[in-house]
Design a protein around this ligand. Structure first.
Ligand code: ZN
Length: 240
């Protein structure tokens, strides 16, 4: 069974379609939250995920889009985009977002947006946070997003090791417990503007990271045409 794992799509349909195209025929699509927010096409992104029978969890931007207090934590651009998303999304999109759980478990894998112990808020960006979360994780592996940076945190016997997930990195799942972050489909922040995702091969017990170029200019134009903050368009060109 091959699963495409996507996170932080952020209403970027062009990037999502490029990733789905690149992934080809997979057996399942899992998404790790922040389906909406920042980008210009929330309804179309949710419709595509419904069409592809994607399952997954809720992110802080998804919560904000349906009226959650998460919006109080946002900077000015994120808040403006969240308010725009609230006003724009259809009733169908709203109820699909509202039905997403904060966490999901499939076999020995947990899916969350932020971190296993705080799914909507915590960023796993340092070794201590990763290690504490691996300690409370009640499955062997965890999939998470939120930072928009593709990495793996690997629980080696003596310490937790950070692996920067370069394009086409492959990792065996059997050896150690891990926290795996696919990076962001719709707004990468690791200096590479290409969409990021990972593929989980549950038969081979392997995970691999991938990058896919897409028409950034088209999405920038759509962001500006929607009246969303221009900085949200600018950052897509540099992956920051
Ligand atoms: Zn996000």
């Amino acid at each position: 069974m091959r699963i495409a794992v996507l996170s932080d799509i952020h209403s970027n349909l062009v990037a999502l379609d490029a990733v789905l195209d690149h992934a080809g025929s997979v057996d399942a699509i899992w998404q790790l939250g922040d389906v909406v927010g920042y980008g210009p096409e929330p309804d179309a992104v949710v419709a595509r995920l419904v069409e592809r029978h994607a399952t997954g969890v809720r992110g802080n931007h998804d919560a904000a889009a349906i009226g959650g207090r998460e919006i109080d934590w946002f900077n000015a651009d994120a808040r403006a985009a969240a308010e725009w998303t609230r006003d724009t999304i259809s009733a169908d999109t709203r109820s699909w977002l509202a039905a997403l759980p904060e966490r999901a478990t499939v076999d020995d894998i947990t899916l969350v947006h932020g971190s296993p112990r705080d799914p909507l808020r915590e960023y796993v960006t340092d070794r201590l946070t990763a290690s504490e979360n691996l300690d409370v994780l009640d499955t062997r592996h965890g999939l998470h997003g939120h930072t928009h940076v593709p990495v793996a945190w690997v629980a080696a016997p003596d310490r937790v090791v950070l692996v920067h997930a370069q394009e086409d990195l492959r990792l065996e799942l059997e050896q150690h417990r891990t926290l795996l972050n696919p990076g962001s489909v719709g707004q990468p922040r690791d200096g590479d503007p290409r969409a990021a995702y990972l593929v989980l091969d549950l038969d081979a017990r392997m995970v691999s990271w991938h990058r896919v170029g897409y028409d950034v200019g088209a999405v920038q134009s759509a962001i500006r045409a929607a009246g969303l903050p221009g900085r949200l368009a600018d950052r897509l060109a540099v992956g920051a």
